[in-house]
Design a protein around this ligand. Sequence first.
Ligand code: XMP
Length: 535
Amino acid sequence: KILILDFGSQVTQLIARRVRDAHVLSEVHPCDVSDEWVRAYAADGSLKGVILSGSHASVYEDTTDKAPQAVFDLGVPVLGICYGMQTMAHQLGGKVESGHKREFGAAAVRARGHTALLKDIADFTTPEGHGMLDVWMSHGDKVTELPPGFKLMATTDSCPIAGMADEARKFYAVQFHPEVTHTKQGDAILRRFVLDICAAKPDWVMRDHIAEAVALIREQVGDEEVILGLSGGVDSSVAAALIHRAIGDQLTCVFVDHGLLRLNEGDLVMEMFEGKLKAKVIRVDASELFLGKLAGVSDPEAKRKIIGGEFVTVFKQEAAKLKAGDGGHKGATFLAQGTIYPDVIESGGAKSKKAVTIKSHHNVGGLPEQLGLKLLEPLRDLFKDEVRELGVALGLPPEMVYRHPFPGPGLGVRILGEVKKEYADLLRRADDIFIQELRNFIDPATGKSWYDLTSQAFTVFLPVKSVGVMGDGRTYDYVVALRAVQTSDFMTADWAELPYALLKKVSGRIINEVRGINRVTYDVSSKPPATIEWE
Ligand code: XMP
């Protein structure tokens, strides 16, 4: 395994992720672990190498963190990244100077290819024959003098020592960030370090993560009880399956059905978790409550507030009951959430475990504090695609795990204006037809279904009526819009160029099968200036 010592960089988990991508087990620990801890950690011989991360602090905030000196005495390879390079230089007898100018962004590094780390890795070659790397830099301090035994490995114009190596001891360090995708060869460099220099065995698979995570959850929870808000979304589902694997009936899931879910969604969630996994799930049918609160409200933000607020209220009531316990139960003490790593970064909590003030994600609205429950977040180190992979490894159906995202307020923001049960029922059926046909239509060029070729697709209910004819009669019914987009980050999106044959099939089926809808339109607006949802 590889030990990653975290100096608090925003991107430390990206290093871990890249190592996992190379199928090598990695563990992130805070940089201030003791020498004894490091020696004990390495004692069984499974430790193949150490990576020292960057630091979140800009140089202007003083960081005096050091790596445990023992790291350099273990006889295993060490890679320092950014701040990790500076502390390595400093601790091994080189010199680091605080830069007055912060270098931030893309840079071209001249890689001196004579080291095992960078040999034959380059993005391009200069006319003089120097190998060059396009990298991402973010630092202010820099190494100005190599420690004894080190040679120069990489240079940029503004940073003469951008990489250094002591090949006898297998110590390497780079000032740039190989873990971010802007450093094009970053993956190759990290793989070179982990697989070749450390000679770590690439035998780790996501299934192994289950065992590690299960052990951690058991250790953290002990014999206490856990509540989890199950939404049917990917993250809470995978968290539930994982925690259930670890502690079985010590977990109770609360599934608040606000009546704005997709067709049969509530039943499917129950079938999966209660039926198949045999987990304890409390289903709260709150659709009448939600529809009641939403009556007469047509402003999108007001609707969102009501749905979010009611959700928290209902969940809190259930959680309070579980917390109180009853005859046989002493009551729950943990609240589990499906927080994943991007959420951690978003809520500014990525100061990582080093700073233990872990901020909770707003999945269920800052509830742990209000309820006086401890937080259990077993997915907080994982990226979305890893969460999906984990879900499949846990036995969740791929259709559930690879589902398009669905907004918390559900159909509440896909029914324009006032939400009514009649509208929701019509929309659910129309939407189900659209999704079925997206799954049915295979693109011959890629062999993938149009569901997989789009990032998000759904139907929007327009509460306006238009005239149509059906048989001999005139109809005067509602309109729906189909929306399908392709995007990588949901910040910008293009409308998907769905095949006409698919659109034709969908519109034909909706108009024929869903009495009450007589017109189907396709939304051809990109984001920006439009948004993905209509409200
Ligand atoms: P927009 O419409 O802003 O959507 O382009 C971007 C992404 O965010 C989702 N979305 C929401 N998700 N609660 C959520 O949990 C919301 O209120 C909400 N509004 C939009 C949307 O589905 C898309 O994936």
